[in-house]
Design a protein. Structure first.
Length: 365
């Protein structure tokens, strides 16, 4: 190292003076500082820093999903980065509790000064939604308009360009479609699964004829059986599945859905363990983001009741609606509908189990 080079200090490296100079309460500029506005500013600035790190991790994962083959090393990196994002999301949810130490009355001391600014205008959060794969048609409209109507032309153009790039959902869908074990060494997972499913449904139907059931019990079990068969028929018919994709009821392609089900059902097989953790990581990220939205909605309700948000939205009602509609990986969460007990799963042929017992490469004979 050059002895004349400047010594790096904690303050310089982290730009502490600059960082601590970025809080400018509007109430102070208006004449009298509202004590809790400093809390409000810092908490939201920290949110944006965490969003920046999440986006950094997501971008690195998206680069890996651009590859034609995702090997075991890549898979481990993806799972690790998903776990990091999940830990950050837990912190985001906990930070709501810090904001809630501010009373509604104290918030009102400076709230009117914030209009028309709103968290709705957070570009990084919109980037996060887009990169995760939230489709335009699934978004809750902002006062009957797209969220981009509240942004500047530059911001809108930037987000539109991002929407043209592959999202995490799209990358995962393509990766699942390439799963090699759906049809392998003469073994058809889907045919075997359907046979096991039909056998399970037949046994369930036969149990309805038991003479030990009361009228009420039989009616309840018949209804349960009908619902179960209806759910399973929806996944067995590719045409029906594609119709559901077209109508927005499902997102994953038919083959990707089959692959995801294979991974979940045979997750104990060594080769499928990391893919299983990847898929559960996606579900966890989706759920934690939903939990954060829900906590945010509850906090907004507590702070402003049914008042209109500072950005012009319906406030609590808008935030509450996004908790259900703005999920990305619902298809993965809903897969448990189609699980079978371990004892009822099709037995894997020895050759397939052998291949699943160690790292699989497309170059293997």
């Amino acid at each position: 190292m050059n002895s004349k080079s400047k010594t790096v200090t904690y303050q310089d490296y982290l730009k502490i003076p600059e960082l601590l100079s970025l809080q400018h309460p509007l109430s102070k500029e208006a004449g009298e500082l509202a004590h809790d506005e400093v809390l409000f500013i810092i908490t939201h600035q920290v949110y944006e820093l965490w969003f920046k790190l999440i986006l950094h991790e997501l971008d690195s994962v998206l680069e890996l999903f651009h590859k034609d083959v995702i090997n075991e090393q890549h898979m481990g990196a993806i799972v690790s980065r998903f776990q990091r994002i999940i830990e950050i999301q837990k912190i985001l949810i906990e930070q709501v509790g810090v904001l809630e130490t501010m009373s509604p009355a104290d918030f009102l001391e400076f709230r009117d000064l914030l209009a028309p600014a709103s968290g709705f205008q957070s570009i990084q959060f919109r980037l996060l939604e887009i990169k995760m794969g939230l489709a335009k048609e699934r978004r809750i409209l902002f006062e009957k308009q797209a969220f981009s109507s509240e942004l500047s032309d530059e911001e809108r153009s930037f987000l539109e360009e991002t929407e043209k790039k592959i999202s995490l959902f799209q990358g995962v869908n393509l990766w699942l479609e390439r799963t090699p074990f759906l049809d392998f060494e003469g073994f058809s997972f889907w045919d075997s699964y359907k046979s096991a499913l039909e056998e399970s449904l037949d046994k369930q139907e036969q149990s309805l004829d038991s003479g030990h059931l009361s009228v009420e019990e039989k009616e309840r079990m018949e209804k349960n059986y009908e619902n179960t068969r209806k759910n399973f028929e929806a996944i067995m018919d590719e045409e029906k599945h594609n119709e559901m994709v077209e109508s927005g009821q499902r997102e994953l392609s038919y083959r990707a859905l089959q692959a995801a089900l294979l991974i979940f059902l045979y997750r104990d097989q060594p080769v499928l363990y990391l893919p299983y953790r990847l898929l559960t990581g996606l579900i966890d990220m989706d759920e934690y983001l939903t939990s954060w939205r829900y906590r945010h909605a509850l906090m907004a309700h507590r702070m402003i009741g049914r008042k209109t948000g500072t950005g012009g939205s319906s406030g609590y009602s808008y935030l509450r609606a996004t908790t259900e509609r703005h999920k990305v990986f619902s298809d993965l969460t809903n897969l448990t509908t189609f699980f079978l007990p371990r004892s009822k799963l099709p037995v894997l042929p020895d050759e397939v189990r052998k291949k699943l017992g160690f790292y699989y490469s497309h170059s293997m004979e």
